[in-house]
Design a protein around this ligand. Sequence first.
Ligand SMILES: Nc1ncnc2c1ncn2[C@@H]1O[C@H](COP(=O)(O)OP(=O)(O)OP(=O)(O)O)[C@@H](O)[C@H]1O
Ligand code: SF4
Ligand SMILES: [Mg+2]
Length: 396
Amino acid sequence: MSTHASTSPSPSPSPHRPAQPGAAEVVLEARGVTKHFEVRGRKGTSIVRAVEDIDLQLHRGEIVAMVGESGSGKTTVARLLSLYYEATSGEILLDGKLVDHVSGKRARDYYAQVQLLFQDPFASLNSLKPIRHILGRALRIHGRARSRRETEEKIHELLRRVNLTPPEQYIDKYPHELSGGQRQRIVIARALAVEPQVMLGDEPISMLDVSIRLDVLNLLKKLRDEEGLALLYITHDIASARYIADRINVMYAGQMIEGGSSEDVIQSPQHPYTRLLLDSSPDPARGLDGDQQSLFDEVGDLGEPPSLITPPKGCRFNPRCPFAMEICNREQPEKIEISPGHWARCWLHQEGKAHLLRQETIRFGVPIEAAAELPDGGAPDIADVFDREDEPESDS
Ligand SMILES: Nc1ncnc2c1ncn2[C@@H]1O[C@H](COP(=O)(O)OP(=O)(O)OP(=O)(O)O)[C@@H](O)[C@H]1O
Ligand code: SF4
Ligand SMILES: [Mg+2]
């Protein structure tokens, strides 16, 4: 692997950002949240274990990234936190108070604090209405402006906050008259209109042109730094997560498998799947050093994720893990804290084999049967894996 350590400067701390994890006020929290979907097919009803036992804290003035491949459960988490789905089990707390699955006025009160940013800015805006109407409506519904004059002033202020200046240039436009990046700024402005404490961004830049993605990320950073917003940034792209987030949580097959400060997770990944994500990504450090296009390069081939109807027993990553041991097929690994605020769920830590994660190169995709034939009870030294690769017949 290319080293994950970086000499790039870390972003300077914001007045709202916690000096240490947990130092700032927790605004939104998920505790042991699980979502199972019932799906009916020709063979009867099955359960999709989309999200299991998620613990997540969003602090004021902090951006937390949730990174994982397609189908890992990221959108389901965002929808649970925005009360779009009712959790199968677990608790969601806003400002320390338990939130039920609510509707009507109580739902509106919740959405005044927690706003969801969608992936597709075009689909989430009413194309028949001008920006004045779209933003004015959000202000009025949440009682943030009373008179026509106040509404007009606040719309101008919102457009300035999302860097759409001068506001007069945008206020009478329709969504289709704006670029993708401008539309996403309108979506952000509409979310800001309700003066929320939290924004949940579900891949908010993935449908934008590469050239404007960075502008939108910088805008979100500005809102964190200057307004103390708590942001959940959902992405499949660990490089952009590093660029924007204070902390990174990694999702795999519906479970959170590693979490910590962005620097700890990127420089010292403690789960083989995080290594796979990093090894398949453009070097996340480069994005901070000027080659910012590389933040958005395509992630490499990650192989097949497991079924969430019949997930693998034990650790869900075991069919793809070159280090899988017998215990990995039997029991789910517990959460282990590796250093303050940095944790992972992987048996390598309890089995005294965490050094394998520091191998320069890890060969993913070695079948578990092949790994079991290797010395050391199925936890192959990386050199053994390469030896096998040199034999053409065994490289299946
Ligand atoms: N309403 C639903 N009914 C049944 N299964 C669902 C439903 N919503 C999501 N799932 C399943 O839950 C799993 C997680 O889906 P989710 O959309 O949360 O993943 P994701 O990480 O957001 O993926 P992507 O990166 O592709 O957006 C998938 O297997 C998906 O098929
Ligand atoms: S070593 Fe075991 S527990 Fe760790 S990721 Fe691999 S299969 Fe999972
Ligand atoms: Mg999604």
